[in-house]
Ligand binder design. Structure first.
Ligand code: GAR
Length: 209
């Protein structure tokens, strides 16, 4: 990307889209030096698409095909093609509930990031805040990481702890985790857009700005 061009984000999500919304806010206010080029979902009626359309962003549903937890071959091709046509520099997973592997990660090598609602490597997978609550840990948190072939295993870009308070319900804890997510993801995407984060093996290195 030349220094004249705006860094372009492709955001993928399956749910209500609060992280995508926070990132779009950051782009609109200039806190994130990037633009949302496209928002894609595997769920036709997902809030993430409705929120993106309400902002006038380019938002599309792509049929994920016959599998429950991954994209079928035709869907993978369609996601890749749409992101390439939108000339995205970074693929931002924001509650995208399908596993991306193989060709997708080859095409966007070191350019796919995810947010996960726990301090990885603790509590990978679904409903991580509920897993933390059930386990009885006193602190959980949020992780932003590059996506690799594993499930929630890629190199960690940023983490922040969230305390579990006495009397917390899953909903109360998830609300505080999401507030942290919106701040941490925006900060990480801004640093990546400025070229301040490099990945070397499992390590990520943040340049001082
Ligand atoms: C977020 O809490 C995100 O961490 C989680 O989905 C939620 C999406 O919320 N992702 C995962 O659990 C991935 N394993 P949002 O649609 O409001 O951004």
């Amino acid at each position: 990307m030349s220094s004249q061009q705006t860094f372009r984000l492709g955001i993928l999500g399956s749910g209500k889209g609060s992280n995508a919304d926070a990132i779009a806010d950051g782009c609109a206010s200039g806190k994130i030096p990037a633009q949302v080029a496209v928002v894609l979902s595997d769920v036709a009626e997902a809030g993430i698409l409705q929120k993106a359309r309400a902002r006038g962003l380019n938002a599309k549903f792509i049929d994920p095909g016959k599998f429950r937890t991954k994209l079928d071959d035709a869907a993978e091709v369609a996601f890749i093609k749409t992101l390439q046509e939108a000339k995205v520099d970074l693929v931002v997973l924001a509650g995208f509930m399908r596993i991306l592997k193989g060709e997708f990660l080859r095409v966007f090598k070191d350019r796919v990031i995810n947010i996960h609602p726990s301090l990885l490597p603790s509590f990978p997978g679904l409903d991580a805040w509920k897993q933390a609550l059930d386990y009885g840990v006193k602190h959980t948190g949020v992780t932003v990481h590059f996506v690799d072939q594993g499930i929630d295993t890629g190199p960690i870009i940023a983490q922040e702890t969230v305390a579990i308070l006495q009397g917390d319900t899953a909903e109360m804890l998830h609300k505080r985790i999401q507030e942290t997510e919106h701040r941490l993801y925006s900060k990480a995407v801004a640093a990546l857009a400025r070229g301040e984060v490099q990945v070397r093996g499992r390590q990520t290195i943040w340049k001082q700005s």
